[in-house]
Design a protein around this ligand. Structure first.
Ligand code: BGC
Length: 387
């Protein structure tokens, strides 16, 4: 297992949100059914399946040394036990194209979507799910392991469980506390199964999971609620991953708690309805590093906004916090801004703009925003410029 030698600077993406052609998934079915709560279907997304060279050209020209992308299980194993040579060969082309441009690959195996066959059999509630995900990871390791520089097993297992099984706003739209608890457990079993298969396959790269984390701020009387939320959202995972090679931290904002529970957001509010709070990076990285004792990669951080000046202000604050925790001695190996492109933001469709690059919804033309140049410069001047 070897980490890339230099600090990893990159942008983060996910297959379903940028590629297009994701029809064979639970998400596509969810977005297109008649009574859906989703804003709009994903459709062709940013057409990155066909335009990945354009995306990589931008990353290379910004001088970023890494790129986080995800593989779509539904494309690699469209039916149970049937693996697509075409999909694997496409992803090999993408990973090799990264390397040809001097870009390291940070590869997520599961980012929110399930193949329809998995969803139809019961998804994360099926007793065999960890075997299925292990089997998929085994195939990925065997076919693509040599092209992977860092692997993320599951993206935000805590959010998949929360939104899909407790709040009922992601597929499979369940609202049930005990099913939610079981899915959280299943997520860890799946993670370990995938980690084992990746470790056994060719290639020697760090392996971890990516957790959604928040800065928690507690007013008097909120301590109990904070404990309950933080235990199920974070601690049950942080306590379990000590044998991983790293923990992926993903953070966007803070949550304030008082005697009546979660308090309404005040102050500057972002397009997502979140508090504008770049300080969350410092807090979550410190907490993840302290609780796990393993290296941290900030695998996602960013802001959804139409105001690119606000994005620059956010990233500036985030990198100041990052410089601070690294100065304290936290072992951080990389930072990945979410996201390279304006892309499909799940239930909210294409409205929130997380990209440092704009994508025309009809022509798919990519246009860099000022924040792209700003971020490129930040990566070169970090940490000195952020102290
Ligand atoms: C997810 C991304 C999402 C981003 C912004 C994270 O929860 O991993 O897929 O687009 O946050 O909301």
């Amino acid at each position: 297992m070897a980490f890339p030698a230099d600090f990893m600077w990159g942008t983060s993406t996910a297959g379903y949100q940028i590629e297009g052609g994701g029809d064979n998934t639970d998400w596509s079915r969810f977005e297109t059914k008649p009574d859906t709560i989703a804003t709009e279907p994903c459709g062709d997304a940013c057409d990155s399946w066909n335009r990945y060279e354009e995306d990589l050209e931008i990353i290379e020209s910004l001088g970023l040394n890494s790129f986080r992308l995800s593989l779509e299980w539904a494309k690699i194993e469209p039916q149970q036990g049937v693996f697509s040579k075409e999909a694997v060969s496409h992803y090999r082309d993408v990973l090799q194209a990264c390397h040809a441009r001097g870009i390291q690959t940070v590869v997520t195996l599961h980012h929110f979507t399930l193949p329809l066959w998995v969803a139809d059999l019961g998804g994360f509630e099926h007793p065999e799910i960890s075997n299925w995900m292990g089997n998929y990871a085994k195939h990925v390791a065997a076919k693509l392991g040599e092209e992977i520089d860092v692997a993320c097993t599951i993206n935000e297992p805590n959010i998949v469980a929360l939104m899909g099984y407790l709040l009922g706003v992601f597929p499979p739209e369940v609202k049930d506390r005990s099913r939610y608890d079981k899915v959280n457990e299943a997520m860890r079993t799946c993670h370990f199964a995938m980690r084992e298969e990746l470790r056994n396959g060719p290639g020697t790269y760090p392996i971890g999971m990516c957790l959604s984390m928040q800065e928690y701020i507690c007013a008097e009387g909120g301590e109990g609620t904070m404990e309950v939320i933080r235990t199920s959202m974070e601690d049950q995972y942080l306590a379990a991953v000590g044998d991983d090679d790293f923990i992926g931290v993903q953070c966007y904002t803070k949550i304030e708690l008082g005697a009546d529970g979660i308090m309404p957001v005040t102050g500057e509010v972002t397009e997502m309805g979140y508090a504008f709070w770049p300080q969350c990076v410092e807090y979550t990285v410190r907490r993840a590093a302290t609780m796990t004792g393993i290296p941290v990669i900030v695998t996602e951080n960013g802001i959804g906004t139409d105001d690119d000046e606000q994005r620059i202000r956010y990233l500036n604050g985030a990198l100041q916090g990052l410089a601070k925790v690294m100065d304290e001695g936290c072992d951080v190996r990389g930072y990945f801004q979410w996201s390279l492109l304006d892309n499909f933001e799940w239930v909210l469709g294409y409205r929130p703009k997380f990209g440092i690059v704009e994508v025309d919804r009809t022509s798919f033309k990519r246009t860099r925003k000022p924040s792209a140049a700003w971020y490129a410069d930040a990566a070169k001047t970090f940490p000195a410029a952020f102290k």
